[in-house]
Write a protein that binds this ligand. Structure first.
Ligand code: ZN
Length: 382
């Protein structure tokens, strides 16, 4: 139930201290920077080819071509013992992705202190690790988007250099320019219970939403049951930043129950007050487009994926939205599936049709899922 609980909790308990995994989303145009990999903050990186994750220190890959879940180790006759295996890291690998014959890793491997994040490259079989970039202080990653030009990620720092808890959480969004090696923050905030809960990159524009209480822990302790007081200090922001430049634009702020669902060229979908709105990022005008719905990370020209959960039936009604047609088309009502990421040809879904109720990651063709066909759903096998 781990994933499902997280997913549902983050919707219900957004303003409590729950890590939210809604991830990044949006429809992309083919062409420039077309390689997209997204990190979900749970040490998983999704891409068109498969999913990287770390387990007991070993980097693994769920291959969407074969359906196999393998250790990222190509060393002949490797016993996969910790010391010898190129897939083993004694530190966290927050994310991994590959391009051509090169594997890239976002990790604190080799760091002297907690939270120093680096970019490493390695050969595709895991060997020949080499540090190629410094990504600054990032103790926890929520989300990241990796393209040919940029690595954009949101971080969360909780401790000082002596591992003493900071009075206020530090959150932010950082851009690493892969060509120049430059790294800079486009957003940084401090507060109690601070979170970045949505991050996206569309045509080199970063969309980010975050919330935090502009309070010290002492103020929170003195007023925590006073909802009116707490609400006054809740900051809730949606911003747009230029990945290559300096411009940061505030798109929305101050809507207490606002939740950004997904972003596409047409604008930003967010929910508030039980409705779904589409904000035009250019004009700043929002319009009501539907009942409240959840948006899933979608990277397909075939459309954006939305879902509305009905707690009475336990079913989710899935919808496909195509910007040109401005229409939500019902795909099907389904039980116990939670999409994780939708790419052009491959769609990743947590399947809860299991005996123990634990979700397992599966995949199918995006075109099939958009027709409501789940017969072709394949669970990854070790
Ligand atoms: Zn090995």
């Amino acid at each position: 139930m781990k994933c499902r609980q997280k997913y549902f909790n983050c919707r219900i308990l957004l303003l409590l201290s729950v890590i939210c995994l809604t991830g990044c989303a949006g429809k992309r145009e083919a062409g420039s920077g077309k390689t997209y990999w997204i990190l979900d903050g749970d040490l998983r990186t999704y891409g068109e080819q498969g999913v990287f994750y770390q387990e007991n220190g070993y980097l693994r890959f769920m291959d969407a071509a074969s359906g196999l879940d393998v250790t990222v180790c190509g060393k002949p006759e490797c016993s996969h013992s910790r010391e010898e295996c190129p897939a083993y890291f004694e530190r966290r690998v927050h994310g991994a992705f590959w391009e051509g014959d090169t594997l890239y890793l976002l990790t604190d491997y080799g760091a002297d202190r907690f939270g120093e994040l680096y970019l490493y490259e390695a050969s595709v079989n895991g060997e020949d690790r080499k540090k190629i970039g410094e990504l600054g202080e990032a103790q926890q990653l929520f989300f990241a988007v990796c393209t040919e030009k940029y690595i954009v990620f949101s971080y969360w720092n909780l401790y000082d250099e002596n591992m003493k808890e900071l009075p206020r959480d530090q959150i932010g969004v950082r851009v690493y320019d892969r060509e120049t090696g430059e790294c800079r923050d486009v957003l940084s905030r401090e507060g109690w219970n601070a979170r970045v809960y949505q991050l996206d990159l569309i045509e080199d524009e970063i969309y980010v939403s975050c919330f935090y209480y502009d309070l010290t822990p002492e103020e929170v302790l003195a007023h925590e049951t006073d909802q009116e007081y707490m609400r006054q200090y809740l900051k809730h922001e949606l911003l747009k930043a230029d990945a290559g430049g300096q411009e940061v634009v505030s798109l929305l702020q101050g809507i207490a129950d606002m939740e950004v669902q997904t972003v596409c060229e047409a604008g930003v979908f967010y929910t508030a007050g039980g409705r779904l709105y589409l904000l035009d990022a250019e004009t700043g005008v929002s319009r009501d487009v539907n009942e409240s719905m959840m948006g899933y990370p979608s990277f397909s020209e075939k459309g954006l994926l939305f879902g509305r959960y009905d707690s009475d039936t336990g079913e989710t009604s899935f919808y496909r939205y195509v910007a040109e047609e401005e229409e939500f088309c019902l795909i099907a009502n389904m039980q116990a599936y939670i999409p994780a990421a939708v790419f052009e040809d491959v769609c990743y879904i947590y399947d809860y049709h299991t005996d123990d109720g634990n979700g397992v990651l599966a995949f199918c063709r995006t075109a099939d899922f958009f027709k409501g066909k789940t017969e072709g759903l394949i669970r990854f096998e070790k």
